[in-house]
Design a protein around this ligand. Structure first.
Ligand code: HEC
Length: 173
């Protein structure tokens, strides 16, 4: 998108356009209304935070990660893992009671490296965890189970998505 920082989101909510692009000719038929007069400063800040949360606002994201994010979107991962994979739906019986975000520090030990992430996407689980009694219990007690994608996604797509998850965890500022 053409928003590169928080200010740009804030401007759109308050004025209906970017302040620094005010002089450019307006071409859109339907224009974003300005909400600055009807919202408090606090409400505007809450909305900025919300828009960032749900819109995958990652201005510095490299193309390799973006490709994976788009593949994950197309594959339907975000229906369970939440907007851009950062925290999903309720999951009774699981470790946390919800499907955690891919960037959740609590999951750092679930998949320890890129090849485990790819194994998880392919099979919906990990051989290493299945062999551990407690982990095995939680994996199978949780109501929503991670599907296996090996027959649905090519190795190339799985690699792309893995790179996105890796970026989300380690490189996102
Ligand atoms: C039907 C719901 C559902 C869908 C759809 C889904 N997952 Fe999952 N996923 C889960 C559950 C449940 C877990 C286990 C979380 C736990 O144990 O706390 C999980 C765990 C994971 C993990 C391991 C945990 C971690 O963060 O390292 C990865 C990686 C993952 N999913 C990737 C994907 C990808 C990529 C897609 C799309 C191709 C996808 N999932 C689609 C439900 C889903």
């Amino acid at each position: 998108m053409y928003l590169e920082k928080d200010d740009h989101i804030r401007d759109f909510i308050k004025y209906g356009h970017r302040k620094d692009k005010e002089d450019e000719p307006e071409t859109a038929l339907i224009r974003m209304p300005a909400y600055g007069k009807s919202l408090s400063a606090r409400q505007v800040e809450d909305l900025v935070a919300y828009v960032k949360g749900v819109s995958a606002f990652y201005p510095g994201m490299p193309d390799s990660a973006r490709k994976g994010m788009e593949a994950a979107q197309a594959a339907g991962c975000f229906g369970c893992h939440g907007p851009s994979g950062r925290g999903g739906i309720r999951n009774p019986g699981s470790f946390k009671g919800i499907i955690p975000g891919w960037d959740d520090p609590g999951l750092a030990d679930l998949t320890r490296n890129g090849s485990e992430t790819e194994e998880w996407i392919r099979t919906g689980t990990l051989k290493r965890l299945e062999a551990n009694g407690i982990a095995h219990h939680f994996l199978h007690a949780q109501r929503v189970q991670m599907p296996a994608y090996d027959t649905l996604l090519s190795e190339e797509r799985i690699g792309d998505i893995g790179r996105f998850i890796n970026w989300l965890r380690n490189d996102r500022k």
